[in-house]
Design a binder for this molecule. Structure first.
Ligand code: NAD
Ligand code: ZN
Length: 361
């Protein structure tokens, strides 16, 4: 449930998301309601220098032992996990202790997983500092690490005691990370309430207006929470959250393998266009919504260096997607009423045509 930091009794329910002006003050209020002995702060080396300012107002968090991991997806691995557990040992954490994860999705995923396994599970609180972690990664209880080159291969579902969201950490966020997170917010518009998408595509207005940003962020969080509550273990409905991700993951993996890595959200932003095209061709989605999205994509995200010679590799990557079910590649597509349909099988021929159209837009 999404709440303001004033209602701390509600926010101390596991899984609650709290909006706060000050992360530190809100954290202090929540900690007052949680019986605990020690704290440990997990963060990364980019966020660590910002921690004192972000945590101001919570003297216990400010003085908690810090476990600083190296930033970047390549460190969301078992080696870093072991270092975090060593940090927990050094901090003498017990089953009554609480882990504070301050950072982007790498920190909330890895720190959450570390806490969820430590001594068979201790409590953790997420303080997301990227737009992506606020809108997506720290909501819904998925935690984990990458393993054997596979993303999120090892993990558990574990709800944070609370997630405290503030727009204040975004002041230092590099633009590419802002646009990365924003793509996930736009995705939520398409899968949960298409009537909002037009306004969301006006990214320049929203980026420069904290109230408007808070409004779309609240919408994305509430919409994700409603979907996750209805289907916590991804048996059906939750799959709609993969809108834009089937082609997006393929773009992300292909470019990463060529040393031209892009942010996850940038890949998703491009994947959304492929999904819109396929929705029109296969599921009767009207064509009118495609053109405003093309303008949004082209104005705010770099073109990807992808040509027709890359199609076989992209299509193979899509076939290997762990979300596939049955024949063909499974996509989330929109129907004639702009509502998401999950697990729509798409043939290689349809994919090739859609990639051609995507590149022509
Ligand atoms: N659990 C879920 O449901 C879920 C959902 C979506 C994504 N994820 C995971 O989230 C991760 C991606 O998250 P991300 O995009 O936040 O990446 P990230 O954690 O790598 O953060 C991106 C970069 O921004 C830096 N940074 C973070 N906050 C900053 C700030 N306030 N100012 C300046 N720099 C800052 C980080 O150090 C990093 O270099 C992936 O591992 C993905 O699998 C999980
Ligand atoms: Zn995503």
């Amino acid at each position: 449930m999404l709440t303001d930091c004033a209602d701390i009794s509600v926010s101390s329910q596991p899984g609650a998301v709290v909006f706060a002006d000050s992360l530190g003050a809100s954290l202090a209020a929540i900690l007052r309601h949680l019986d605990h002995d020690h704290l440990a702060l997990v963060t990364d080396n980019n966020v660590a220098p910002l921690a004192d300012k972000l945590l101001s107002g919570s003297s216990s968090a400010l003085s908690a032992p810090r476990v600083v991991i190296p930033a970047g997806e390549e460190n969301k691995d078992i080696k870093t996990l072991e270092e975090v557990w060593q940090g927990f040992e050094a901090a003498s954490l017990t089953r009554r202790s609480i882990v504070i994860n301050l950072g982007g999705g790498v920190v909330t995923d890895l720190g959450g997983f570390a806490a969820a396994c430590y001594k068979r599970g201790i409590r953790f609180i997420n303080l997301p500092t990227t737009l992506l972690a606020a809108a997506d990664a720290s909501v819904g209880g998925k935690t984990g690490i990458d393993f054997c080159g596979l993303k999120n291969e090892i993990g558990v579902f574990a709800l944070p005691q609370a997630t405290i969201v503030s727009t204040s950490p975004f002041a230092t966020l590099p633009d590419r990370e802002f646009y990365s997170g924003y793509a996930e917010i736009v995705k939520m518009g398409y899968v949960a309430d298409f009537s909002r998408v037009g306004a969301m595509l006006d990214i320049d207005r929203i980026k420069n207006d904290p109230a408007a940003l808070k409004e779309v962020l609240s919408f994305a969080i509430e919409a994700k929470q409603a979907i996750v509550d209805a289907d916590p273990k991804e048996q059906g409905l939750r799959r709609v959250l993969n809108f834009g991700h089937t082609a997006g993951h393929a773009f992300e993996s292909l470019l990463l393998s060529r040393g031209k890595g892009i942010t996850h959200g940038c890949a998703v932003a491009h994947g959304i266009l492929v999904a819109l095209i396929l929705g029109h061709v296969i599921c009767g989605m009207p064509s009118a919504p495609i053109s405003p999205y093309v303008s949004f994509l082209r104005e705010n995200y770099p073109r990807l260096p992808i040509g027709c010679k890359d199609y076989p590799e992209l299509i193979t990557l899509m076939h290997n997607d762990k979300k596939n079910r049955g024949k063909g590649v499974s996509f989330v597509l929109l129907n004639e009423g702009m509502h998401p349909l999950e697990s729509i099988a798409v043939s290689d021929g349809q994919l090739t045509d859609a990639l051609d159209l995507y590149r022509d837009c």
